[in-house]
Write a protein that binds this ligand. Sequence first.
Ligand code: CP
Ligand code: NVA
Length: 304
Amino acid sequence: MTIQHFLTLNDLPADELREIIDSAISLKNQLRNNTAGKPMSGKVLAMIFEKSSTRTRVSFEAGMAQLGGSALFLSPNDTQLGRGEPVADSARVISSMVDIVMVRTFAHSKIETFAEYSKVPVINALTDDYHPCQLLADMQTYVEKRGDIAGKTVAWVGDGNNMCHSYINAAAQFDFELRIACPSGFEPDAGLSQRHADRVSITQDPQQAVAGADLVVTDTWASMGQEEEKQQRIEQFKGFQVNHELMSLAASDALFMHCLPAYRGMEVSAELLEDEQISVVWDEAENRLHAQKALLLHLLKLSA
Ligand code: CP
Ligand code: NVA
C-alpha cells in the first residue's frame, strides 16, 4: 500500500481536501456534543519541532489525545537529530515505532527526505516554503462563516512566504482567485506563481489587491529564521498593514484571517485584529485542532 504524505496541499486531490474540511466540521460538532469516539486508540504521532510553535503543537497533541491516541514531542535539543544524525536514518528509526509523523523544520527538502525514508505518513507542520495544515483550518473557517470559497476572491497582503505559497496551492485546489500584494523583492516563488497564472496575480499595491475581495489574509513580515531582518523589514513593508481603512475597499462581508502569531501595529492593526465582525483569527486558530484531526484520520484511513 502506498503511504500518503501531506507535504503540500498538492499531495491530495481536491475532492479529498474537501472531504477533510467536511470531516473537520463534523469532528468539531462531535467534540461540542460529547459524541466523539476514539478511533486513534493505540496510535502514536511523533511531532518533530525544529522551530517554535504554540498552535501547531497544542492542536496536534490535544487532537491525538481526543481521538484516543497519543503524541510525542521531539525537539532537536533532546534528540540525535539535533546532533547531526542524518534525516534519512532518523526517519527510518522513528517511523518504525510510530503510526504517523509531523515535522516542522526549515528547508522543505528536509521533510521531503524524511518522507522518502519514512514507513508511515508524514505531515508538513510548516517549512520555510509551505504551511498546508494552516490552509485546512483557513478553508474550514471560510466555509463555516461564508460557505463555499470556490469562485471567490482572496487577497494576500504582505510577504510572499510559506503561507503565501500555500495560498497559491489552495487557489488551485479550492478554486478561487488569489491577488497577492507584496513589496518589490518579497514576491512568492516565481515558478509557483507562474504555474498558477490563470488564477494568481501579483501587485505592489495592497489597495488594488483588496478591492472587492471576499477574504483578506496577512502574516508576519519576518518569519521564523528571519529574526535578524526584522527591523529592516518593518521599513520595507511600510504601507502593507491590513487595517480598517484597507478592509473598507474589500467586499462588504469580507473576512480577515491571520495564521498567528500576529504583530499588532505591524502587518495588522490592533483594532482590526480585535474586530470580531471582520476578523476570524480565533476561530481560525481553533480550527487547527479540528482540521488536523480530520487530516490524521484521513491519512491513516480511519473513520471518525
Ligand atoms: N499558525 C501557526 O502555525 O502557529 P504556531 O507557530 O504557534 O504553531
Ligand atoms: N510565516 C510564519 C508563519 C508562522 C506560523 C513563519 O514561518 O514564521
